[in-house]
Design a protein around this ligand. Structure first.
Ligand code: NAD
Length: 440
């Protein structure tokens, strides 16, 4: 099938490339000419494991190409995806649909023959109907249907998530668009991927419900971690103890620094807005947002208290600034709240992140960026672990000890065992577990 993917960011580039890899012919469109130029030169603007090779492979097989021209992309396509950003509106916290509607208007001009226009962006209930109306008004003769096909991929494991999804959700009205979507996803159904066909409204809401639920799970275990710290319990054992219950499940039960990223913060906010608007406020999700905001402040306090309540003039070595490993995405990363709070308390921050530093420089001021993990430690008064990149999981304790001014590790991702770190001669503070002091 011939597919146009409008918006070549995280979602558009990954899903467009994966559809090409499944054998479809995909043209990715973006209005950022420099991004398209980069991609045409074989440069990948985001860090996502496995993506670069997959893009190269499909470009050379002539199944994947990049353009800024809607005319080139849309006219011969059976399916046009809208995968542009839907950021938070500054004014009221709702999803900003300007880009989605601009795409709908532009796509309408170039439709020829029957086309299914598919919303892949995360959009509030009713957006599909609005996209339908915009296209109909701009091109009354166009033959098309609008479907909703929200994306559930996670940055860092996006290719796997696309190729082996837990499920695909498709919202549409009528047989004709369903046949097209079935043909599109046929390669995945061969692997018995469950595909849920439902109404457009239901599909739109399903995406927000999924993200709000996951954000709730993360926030819940973070609060349990706080209780663990007060009573001397171990949150990792609690997580295992509840996660093995099949009604609960083990994922998203790792206590940490609070959720961030490009989706949970904005999607929880947008959902609470919709809920209030329709007269069904979701008090749970509102509480989750408030607790998560407070969480990051609490993490800064925890760090300061581990440093004897005084970080003024001290150097803190920070490992990891992205909101999770295997991505360079800095949107709403907890580090963006925690680091400025530490700076306000007088600390000098020296930091390293394997992929996020270039992006982070635009968000964080007065940070000394260094080229590897050990370089953050030289004469630092404490080592902070803010993101659980694999390369931080087996650091050489002897080397860390020789570099740090004081053997103190504050690990907000629980990547080490307290006993092991104490045995290596460190004071070690983690999340929801006992504080251990050096017994070397
Ligand atoms: P992004 O900001 O990385 O990419 C959006 C792209 O759209 C950019 O390259 C931008 O230049 C382009 N664009 C904007 N307006 C355009 C226009 N008029 N014509 C052509 N291109 C245009 O965003 P993203 O992270 O890929 O997210 C896209 C959507 O998918 C959002 O609604 C997001 O909530 C949702 N989503 C994101 C993820 C994720 O992990 N990033 C996961 C699931 C769903």
């Amino acid at each position: 099938m011939r597919i146009a993917m409008i918006g070549t960011g995280y979602v558009g580039l990954v899903t467009g490339t994966c559809f090409a890899d499944l054998g479809h012919e995909v043209i990715c469109v973006d209005n950022d000419a420099s991004k398209v130029e980069c991609l045409r030169n074989g440069e990948i603007p985001i860090f996502e494991p496995g993506l670069e090779n997959m893009v190269k492979h499909n470009v050379s097989a002539r199944r994947l190409s990049f353009t800024t021209s809607y005319a080139d992309a849309v006219s011969d396509c059976e399916v046009v995806f809208i995968a542009v950003g839907t950021p938070t509106k500054e004014t009221d916290g709702s999803a900003d649909l300007t880009a989605v509607y601009a795409v709908a208007k532009e796509v309408a001009k170039h439709l020829k023959g029957y086309t299914v226009v598919v919303d892949k962006s995360t959009v509030p209930v009713g957006t599909g109907a609005e996209v339908d109306a915009i296209i109909r008004a701009a091109n009354p003769n166009a033959e098309f249907d609008v479907a909703s096909n929200p994306e559930f991929l996670r940055e860092g494991s996006a290719i796997d998530d696309f190729m082996k999804p837990d499920r695909v959700v498709v919202g549409l009205e009528g047989d004709r668009p369903q046949q097209v979507m079935q043909a599109l996803y046929r390669p995945l159904t061969l692997h018995e991927t469950p595909i849920i066909y439902t109404s457009r409204t239901t599909a739109e809401l399903t995406k927000y419900a999924a993200n709000a639920f996951l954000a709730t799970k993360v926030t819940f275990i973070n609060e349990i971690a706080d209780i663990c710290e007060r009573v001397g319990a171990d949150v990792q054992d609690v997580s295992r103890g509840i996660g093995l219950d099949s009604r609960i499940g083990p994922k998203f039960l790792q206590a940490g620094a609070g959720f961030g990223g490009s989706c949970f913060p904005k999607d929880t906010l947008a959902l609470t807005g919709t809920a209030r608007k329709v007269g069904a406020p979701t008090l749970i999700v509102e509480a989750v947002m408030a607790a998560n905001k407070e969480r990051k402040r609490r993490m800064a306090t925890k760090i300061i208290s581990a440093c004897d309540n005084n970080i003024s003039g001290k150097t803190l070595g920070v490992l990891g600034v992205t909101f999770k490993p295997n991505t360079d995405d800095m949107r709403d990363a907890p580090s963006l709240d925690i680091i400025p709070l530490l700076q306000q308390a007088g600390a000098h921050i020296r930091a390293y992140d394997p992929e996020g530093m270039e992006e982070a420089r635009t968000y964080l001021e007065d940070v000394e960026w260094v080229k590897d993990a050990y370089s953050v430690m030289l004469d630092a008064d404490a080592l902070l672990i803010l993101t659980e990149w694999n390369e931080f999981r087996v650091l050489d304790f002897g080397k860390i000890k020789s570099l740090l001014r004081r053997p103190l590790i504050i690990d907000l991702r629980n990547i080490y065992s307290p006993a092991e770190v104490a045995a290596a001669g460190f004071d070690y503070h983690s999340v929801g577990r006992e504080i251990v002091t050096s017994n070397a």
